[in-house]
Design a protein. Structure first.
Length: 191
């Protein structure tokens, strides 16, 4: 009996290491294919807005990356996507909209989607804001987040490329660990 328990524990431990390694490889591959301005629409996936109305560091990094991309490709329109959490004074979309305006991105290029509460909803609701028949979309988000976002987008019949934003060092380890679990859940559940 004891040998059986040890054997099962050993198999679970090895299986856990394999899943950890595999999910890490998927996260690393999520930063490809890199966007080159081909898609006429981009989406910035939301992240927390602090109680004082300022973007979290993760959201700020995503927005700074988006600004650089949008200035490089002035024909691209952008959807800012994210609802309002319990401790947020406004929707993530509203905060991102203001941030982009303050950075000189003109209002006509920015589309707000402020109802979503998950990555799946970000992409589903934003797909509905694209012109009819448009499938191309550039996803701008934290580097660790892009593998799952791409998987969901493909399930929604979108053709995507990506612009990875750096993950703040202060939260990188925690976010990558959490994202591994979310990625596995997405592969199992399909969204």
């Amino acid at each position: 009996m004891r040998k059986g328990v040890i054997g099962i524990a050993g198999v679970m431990l090895v299986g856990g290491f394999i899943l950890y390694f595999w999910s890490g490889k998927l996260l690393d591959k999520g930063v490809d294919p890199q966007a080159d301005g081909t898609n006429a629409y981009a989406i910035v996936l939301g992240a927390k807005v602090k109680e004082n109305g300022e973007p979290s560091l993760s959201l700020q990094y995503r927005l700074e990356t988006a600004i650089e991309y949008l200035k490089k490709y002035p024909h691209v329109k952008v959807i800012v996507s994210g609802g309002q959490g319990n401790e947020e004074p406004m929707s993530e979309a509203e905060r991102m909209y203001t941030y982009l305006l303050e950075a000189g991105i003109v209002e006509e290029r920015i589309i707000q989607e402020g109802a979503s509460t998950s990555t799946y909803e970000n992409l589903l609701f934003s797909k509905g804001l694209l012109p009819e028949g448009e499938k191309g979309l550039t996803i701008i988000s934290s580097d660790f987040h892009l593998a799952r976002a791409q998987y969901i987008a493909e399930k929604l019949d979108l053709e995507v490329d990506v612009v990875p934003a750096q993950t703040p060092k202060s939260v990188e380890e925690k976010m990558r660990l959490r994202e591994r679990a979310a990625l596995l859940k997405t592969y199992v559940m399909g969204y």
